[in-house]
Every structure is written in structure tokens, then in C-alpha cells.
Design a protein around this ligand. Structure first.
Ligand SMILES: Nc1nc2c(ncn2[C@@H]2O[C@H](COP(=O)(O)OP(=O)(O)OP(=O)(O)O)[C@@H](O)[C@H]2O)c(=O)[nH]1
Ligand SMILES: [Mg+2]
Length: 296
């Protein structure tokens, strides 16, 4: 019997905002790690998720949606997160929706070609269109860039993901695992908790509020026995009016954020958790590099 070679490497997931990069990462990992919402620019960080198999290890890097013309320090920081994920990558997954490329896709393809990053095109959300519509779009992409593969998938219902994983592994270098086999991510529970809280803000509030919110976990205290773990976090907003909206009448809106976040954190740590939320105004924080570095 010939022994199969072990393959491993870094795989950067890039693409337009809202195309389903984080959903895809979670579906491949088989666990919710990266936050997801129907609003564009949910993800602000590069996020590692490690997927292990008998003869492979895939180090996936979720990234923020591509920003062409950044407006402020937060946008610039988000762009840098994507660039640094690509710099580390053995392979890129360019995630697109099942339609003809727009200017964002064209720009990204230019960048990938220039950097000579081996790329698989992942056509996501195929559950939303008739199959016959896919062929001309795939052909168009094949003509635009010599992709290693084009794989149609649905991160939502899982269609095509087995094929995608096979293709990813097949294009990784033959080498030993990079991370210990029990490692899922390099992020702390403190970070995960702050992201879960931010996701609830994205899901529960409209207009500019989610974009003007940053979350910092001030304390994450693990406790013993029946005593709940304590998560104390501050939600920063840009303007006093946003503070009122976030808190809501009688504190009801903020309470809902806390309840939903707590339920999700409990599912992960499998023990009782108490979430304490504070709201503070930090005017124009999106332009403050130091603050962004601290909360990103
Ligand atoms: N129908 C359908 N919806 C999907 C699929 N994948 C993701 N979505 C939805 O698309 C929206 C955006 O998903 P995300 O995973 O947050 O997308 P993203 O690319 O990470 O977005 P940003 O982090 O904002 O760049 C969410 O409402 C998802 O539920 C899919 O395969 N099919
Ligand atoms: Mg995302």
C-alpha cells in the first residue's frame, strides 16, 4: 500500500461584501466561527479557521468584503486585513454570486493575477438561481482568469462543498500540518464573544448603527461550578443619539442584544454565562487608528 501524502496550507477567502464568505468558512469548518448577517461589511477581521482531515489540514482565512475606496481608518484597516490574508495564502478562494462579474470582481481578479495567487473561483448561492443560468457565467469567468477550478456551491444548504474541499486539498502543497490538530482558531473566547455581540447589533439594528458600532470585551472571567462566567463588554457608538437608539425604551433593545449574545456564548462554552453590556459614545472612532487597532 502506498502511503498518501499529507497536504496543508493557508487558503484566503476573498470577494465582494455579502457574497457569503463567512457562511462558506463556517460550512467548511462545520461550526459557526465567523459572524454572518444579511448586511454587507459584517466581517472586519481576518479570521483563521482550521479544518483537519486524515491526510490534510486546511487553514482557512476569512476576510472582510473588498473595499475599493476606503473612507476612513476602519475601511483602511479592513482592506489591510484582506491584503495580509492574501500575502500568507498558498491558495485563494474568490467567492462570487452567480452573476456576471462587476467592477469589484474585475478589480480582485486583476490583483490575484498580478500576485500570481493560485485561485479557485467559488460560485456561491447557487440555490438562488436556475442551474442553466450558471454555465454562461462560468464561461465568462474562465475567459477572464485562468482559475484552477470553478466550483458552484451553496454555503447555505451545503451543495458542492465536498467537491470544493477536494479541490482545495488537491491544490495545497505536500507538507505536514501547520497547526496542532485540536486547534480550531487562533482567536480567544474574548474575541469570539465581542464578535457575537457585534453580530447581534448587525442583526437587530438598521441603517448606520451597525457600521458605527465597535465592541470591546473589558472582562471575560471564567468561573467555577454553578457560578456563571462573566462577560463584561462595551459597545462604542459614534453619536449620543445612537446610544439612545441602541439602548432603546427602558433598555429593552440592549437587553435583547445581551440575551441573544449570551445564548450563543453558552452554546460554545457549555456553561452558564452572564453578559453585562455598557454603551459609550466615542465620536468619530472610525477615524481613530489607535482605537481601531485596539478593537480589531
Ligand atoms: N441563499 C443563500 N444565501 C447565502 C448563501 N451564503 C450566504 N448567504 C447569505 O448571504 C448573506 C451574507 O452572508 P455572509 O456570510 O455574512 O457574507 P460575507 O461575504 O461574509 O459578507 P461580509 O463579511 O459582509 O463581506 C447572509 O444573509 C447569508 O445568510 C447561500 O449559499 N445561499
Ligand atoms: Mg463575512
Amino acid at each position: 500500500m502506498t502511503e498518501q501524502q499529507h497536504r496543508s496550507g493557508f487558503v484566503a477567502i476573498v470577494g465582494r461584501a455579502n457574497v457569503g464568505k463567512s457562511t462558506l468558512m463556517n460550512a467548511l469548518i462545520g461550526q459557526k466561527l465567523s459572524i454572518v448577517s444579511p448586511k454587507p461589511h459584517t466581517t472586519r477581521h481576518k479570521l483563521l479557521g482550521v479544518l483537519n482531515g486524515d491526510d490534510f489540514q486546511v487553514a482557512l482565512l476569512d476576510t472582510p468584503g473588498f473595499l475599493r475606496n476606503g473612507r476612513d481608518q476602519l475601511d483602511a484597516a479592513m482592506s489591510r486585513q484582506m491584503v495580509s490574508a492574501l500575502a500568507d495564502a498558498d491558495l485563494a478562494l474568490l467567492v462570487v454570486e452567480p452573476r456576471m462579474p462587476g467592477d469589484v470582481e474585475t478589480k480582485l481578479m486583476g490583483q490575484l493575477a498580478q500576485a500570481k495567487t493560485p485561485t479557485i473561483l467559488v460560485m456561491n448561492k447557487i440555490d438562488t438561481v436556475a442551474k442553466m443560468k450558471l454555465l454562461p457565467i462560468m464561461q465568462h469567468y474562465y475567459d477572464a482568469l485562468p482559475f484552477l477550478e470553478i466550483v458552484p456551491v451553496s454555503g447555505l444548504d451545503g451543495e458542492g462543498l465536498d467537491t470544493l474541499l477536494e479541490q482545495i486539498v488537491g491544490h495545497l502543497p505536500e507538507q505536514e500540518a501547520i497547526f496542532p490538530p485540536d486547534m480550531l482558531t487562533d482567536r480567544s473566547m474574548r474575541f469570539v464573544a465581542s464578535e457575537i455581540i457585534r453580530e447581534k447589533v448587525f442583526l437587530l439594528y438598521e441603517q448606520e448603527i451597525p457600521y458605527d458600532v465597535a465592541v470591546e470585551v473589558d472582562e471575560y472571567a471564567e468561573r467555577e461550578g454553578t457560578q456563571p462566567d462573566l462577560v463584561r463588554a462595551t459597545i462604542y457608538v459614534d453619536k449620543p443619539s445612537q446610544k439612545q437608539l441602541l439602548i432603546g425604551k427602558g433598555g429593552q433593545a440592549l437587553k435583547e442584544v445581551g440575551t441573544q449574545a449570551r445564548e450563543e456564548i453558552v452554546e460554545i462554552v457549555e456553561r452558564p454565562v452572564f453578559v453585562e453590556l455598557w454603551v459609550k459614545v466615542n465620536p468619530k472612532w472610525r477615524r481613530k487608528a489607535g482605537f481601531i487597532q485596539r478593537t480589531l
